[in-house]
Design a protein around this ligand. Structure first.
Ligand SMILES: O=P(O)(O)OC[C@@H](O)[C@@H](O)c1c[nH]c2ccccc12
Length: 257
């Protein structure tokens, strides 16, 4: 199977002619015991994969909603070790791929090869490391290449043509197309160039292209997914879970796919 597992899973879902929907949740927000329950709930809503965030003290890419969720989670005592152990405990019950989002500092402190092994044990399919630039990624790729974990690359609206080409060709699992300039969080409008940007990425990428950042309604999700393969929704989902509004989460997902 190897690293192709995640991309293959997503391609297969697309054969059933669906927009791919990937929610982001913050591990440990509301207590780490909620993680299994929330993942199971999202699975039942028909998501393509789930992005699980590990809280970090200096989350440079995160906007206020996710920063606050991270703070709550850290106050609950959540650590990378605890998240990995928890994910391992219920891996047999999962039906959708898990992607872990964590900053490089935490991986480095944990130990890169130890981390890769723990990810395999925990049944993690992919990783997003937002502060690891392509120039530095050898730090983890030498080790990850020996494991069946996909390293998802992010492209930005401001990335040069050459950089986009390189990232699209290297990305594993899917290509994360950041659709705003700035941090995570809900937005009401998109820059005009987003459409052509997504369309061009789609032409270049051998793996599915998912748009993320600023998406909070099914209208936005459907519109953006029409230029690529699907969307990632973070802040809105984090907010709704925090407020206990799970019926709204279900509705958002089911009207977006
Ligand atoms: O919250 P938003 O605007 O819906 O964006 C998704 C995002 O939250 C999630 O993918 C994410 C959370 N933290 C990140 C850091 C970098 C890249 C991506 C992320």
């Amino acid at each position: 199977m190897g690293k192709e597992k995640l991309a293959n899973h997503l391609h297969q879902l697309q054969n059933e002619s669906k927009n791919l929907f990937v929610p982001y949740i913050m591990a440990g927000d509301g207590g780490l015991d909620k993680l299994e329950q929330n993942i199971q709930f999202l699975q039942n809503c028909g998501v393509a994969a789930i992005e699980v965030g590990v809280p970090f003290s200096d989350p440079v890419a995160d906007g206020p909603t996710i920063q606050n969720a991270g703070k709550r989670s850290l106050e609950n005592g959540t650590t990378l070790t605890a998240v990995l152990q928890k994910l391992e405990l219920f891996k047999a019950k999962r039906t959708v791929p898990i992607i872990v989002m964590t900053y490089i500092n935490l991986i480095y402190k944990y130990g890169v090869s130890r981390f890769a092994k723990s990810c395999v044990q925990a049944g993690i399919d992919g990783l997003i490391i937002p502060d690891l630039p392509i120039e530095e990624e050898k730090l983890v790729t030498d080790v990850l290449n020996q494991q069946s974990i996909a390293l998802i690359r992010l492209v930005a609206l401001t990335s040069s043509k050459d950089r986009i080409k390189m990232l699209a060709n290297r990305s594993e699992g899917f290509l994360y197309a950041v659709t705003v300039t700035g941090t995570t969080g809900e937005r009401t409008a998109y820059e005009k160039k987003v459409k052509t940007y997504l369309y061009q990425l789609k032409q270049q990428s051998p793996v599915p292209v998912l748009a993320g950042f600023g998406i909070s309604t099914s209208e936005q999700a459907i519109e953006l997914a029409s230029y690529c393969d699907g969307v990632i929704v973070g802040s809105k989902i984090v907010d709704l879970f925090h407020q206990g509004k799970t019926a709204e989460i279900k509705q958002l997902i089911q009207t977006s796919i």
